[in-house]
Design a protein around this ligand. Sequence first.
Ligand code: SIN
Length: 281
Amino acid sequence: MTQEISIRKLSGTLGAEITGVALNNLSNEAFDTICNAFADHAVLVFKNQTLTHEDQIAFARRFGDLEVHPIVNGMDEHPEMIRMLKPAGESASFGVGWHTDNSFFEKPSLGSIVYSHIVPPEGGDTLFANQYVAYEHLSAGMKRLLDGLNAVHSAKYAYTSQSAEEKYAGKTAITYRRSESVYDEVTHPVVRTHPVTGKKALYVNPMFTIRFEDMSEEESKPLLNYLFEHCVRPEFGCRVNWDPNMVTMWDNRCVQHYAVDDYQAHERLLYRVTVNGDKPV
Ligand code: SIN
């Protein structure tokens, strides 16, 4: 017997939980429903899923080709999958800070699909912020100014910090490999138009956006800092509290996220794959 698919919003502005689907056995019709819900809600949660790594990869491939991260090591047997382990007794350091995944790529990630294995008894939530709504809430004058601007994105600060050095040294649960691409600079519009919904979204984030095009970092800082705060106002967002065996997927073209580091004593293990995206326009 097939269960009816239902969609329940997670907050007033962002996200939805979908019930009545098994992601390891999805009809084309159910997949279309998920695609429509992804366009409408940008963050989707699916509880009580039973996925092997191969199932998770196969589900993600329905959205496009998968990325192999140039710096963060994937799993030996699945290079496109990152094993996001935070051991008990350590602070979390991966994804802690507002960002959109891989905005420093020429073609940043379309979306990320994460499956949870071990979650802390409390804490370890992921926060999300809707960047369409962030754009809509700007004044007409600010929209005009930003509509004509480009910003430079780079991983050079995010992946060269002291905690990153430990990951390059292989001393941590998540490890990095050295790549010159850390220092690459790519330019994207500050306001991007979503290729599916046609809506405008702010596209700057504090982890990877380092300055406006043709401006110094110092000159860019005041306006960027204003935007970084504005982008993640609580009214624009939702909060996902993980259960084991849960999938959360998000649209990096119109959402920022933040992994909350509030569960030091406990272990957390999630698996992430990211889907290739387009050059933002
Ligand atoms: C990330 O993909 O940035 C991390 C998300 C999380 O650990 O909650």
